[in-house]
Ligand binder design. Structure first.
Ligand SMILES: Nc1ncnc2c1ncn2[C@@H]1O[C@H](COP(=O)(O)OP(=O)(O)OP(=O)(O)O)[C@@H](O)[C@H]1O
Ligand SMILES: [Mg+2]
Length: 389
């Protein structure tokens, strides 16, 4: 009985994404008709509070977290936060097949060769991908995906959130929050042969997560994001950073190829997309004998709001690209609380926070409710553009 009471009194977790540009928080609750969006909030990350993903001024972050909590009606203190993507390493390793208890030790040894930080200062998890039958050697090998993050980064997130009066129930890595997010898309199941490329273009970095049949098989970050776009505009137009940022966010349209601002941004975007294409090709080679599979690109992060970016990505990669607006799409939203326009504009910022916030929610009832809502309105809005190749 007491366990039952404890369960029902528990509040849903608030997902917290500590980005270098903005702190984002989102919370959902389970309702009889699936999921409801309780609230979401965004606040600029204080300057010099975070550097290369590491917290360098925790006091400023604690204050910002408290401010966000004060302005929005989040419920309870339970939170799930994520380790910034730049600090996360996802690597596939080939290793001898061993019993489970020995496998973890063996992976540790193997990781020492690849990982840039000492293993005893790392937290890691792994998933077995497949078995590779060996003809010459005595035992078979297995492909394992290892996800690792530095322990001190995890600890400093626990410390700042606790200091802000919150109760961290989990600290996750970004690609796992993406994987959870995809589970809330109707008609998508992990048996489908679709490769999801989630491109989170933030302020200082872009993350590329590739998810296929329910596994995060690839994750990498590239040091290009909105800040570099703004720097390039500022330099090209001879403006201060703040003004250049304003121009980028309100006036820039990548379809105006002759515009000097667009001309300043495109070389950076081209570099980024070259790496994205390389990553996708690597993926096809590694996981599908070099053959392409149906691929969907979901564009997220604040820079997904750059006008014309989806078209540009489609042109460059030849895969369909859609903006990730799952914050707005997976739950019931009260029109009295948020206007549809505001919600859709803000949604791309919140893809990581949304995935984190869904940690204790079940996908199936949410999907059922979403389908019922659509049937009532007699319209079906696709979550992403999808074209069979
Ligand atoms: N309308 C817009 N057009 C273009 N860029 C935009 C727009 N709105 C916001 N941005 C850019 O989005 C970026 C912030 O996005 P986001 O909050 O996702 O980054 P972050 O998660 O804090 O950064 P990171 O993940 O790199 O640490 C900023 O560079 C901002 O200028
Ligand atoms: Mg981010």
């Amino acid at each position: 009985m007491s366990a039952f009471l404890r369960r029902t009194n528990r509040t849903s977790p608030i997902g917290i994404d500590l980005g270098s540009g903005n702190i984002k928080m989102a919370q959902f609750k389970q309702i009889p008709k699936g999921l409801s969006l309780v609230n979401f909030g965004i606040l600029p990350m204080p300057e010099n509070a975070i550097r290369e993903g590491k917290i360098v001024n925790s006091k400023l972050i604690v204050e910002a977290l408290k401010e966000l909590l004060k302005f929005h009606s989040f419920v309870g203190q339970r939170i799930v936060a994520s380790v910034p993507g730049q600090l996360v390493i996802v690597k596939e390793i080939l290793i001898e097949e061993l019993p489970e208890d020995e496998l973890r030790e063996a992976i540790k040894w193997e990781m020492e060769k690849f990982f840039p930080f000492p293993i005893e200062k790392t937290t890691f998890d792994y998933k077995i991908l497949n078995r590779v039958i060996s003809e010459n050697e005595s035992s078979d090998k297995i492909n394992v995906v290892v996800v690792a993050a530095p322990l001190d980064a995890v600890q400093s997130i626990v410390d700042v959130t606790k200091e802000a009066g919150l109760e961290p129930i989990a600290i996750e890595v970004e690609p796992f929050s993406k994987l959870r997010l995809l589970q809330f898309i109707p008609d998508f199941d992990f048996k489908s042969e679709i490769l999801f490329v989630m491109l989170n273009i933030g302020h200082t970095y872009t993350s590329v997560s590739m998810i296929d049949k329910g596994m995060v098989n690839f994750f990498r970050t590239l040091p290009i994001g909105g800040k570099k776009f703004t720097d390039a505009i500022a330099q090209s137009l001879g403006k201060e950073f703040k003004e250049a940022q304003e121009i980028k966010e309100t006036k820039l349209n990548l379809n105006n190829r002759k515009d000097p601002g667009t001309k300043a941004v495109l070389p950076l975007l081209d570099n980024l997309l070259l790496e994205v294409r390389r990553s996708i090709n690597y993926y096809f080679k590694k996981f599908n004998d070099g053959k392409s599979v149906d691929t969907v690109i979901l564009v997220e992060g604040g820079s997904a709001n750059l006008k014309g970016i989806n078209e540009y990505i489609e042109e460059s990669t030849s895969f369909p690209a859609s903006t990730d607006q799952l914050l707005a799409d997976i739950a019931e939203v009260s029109p009295e609380l948020f206007t549809k326009e505001y919600l859709l504009e803000m949604a791309p910022f919140f893809s990581v926070a949304t995935g984190l916030a869904l940690r204790e929610h079940r996908a199936r009832p949410a999907i059922k409710a979403k389908k019922a809502r659509e049937a009532q309105k007699q319209q079906k809005k696709p979550f992403f553009k999808y074209k069979k190749g």
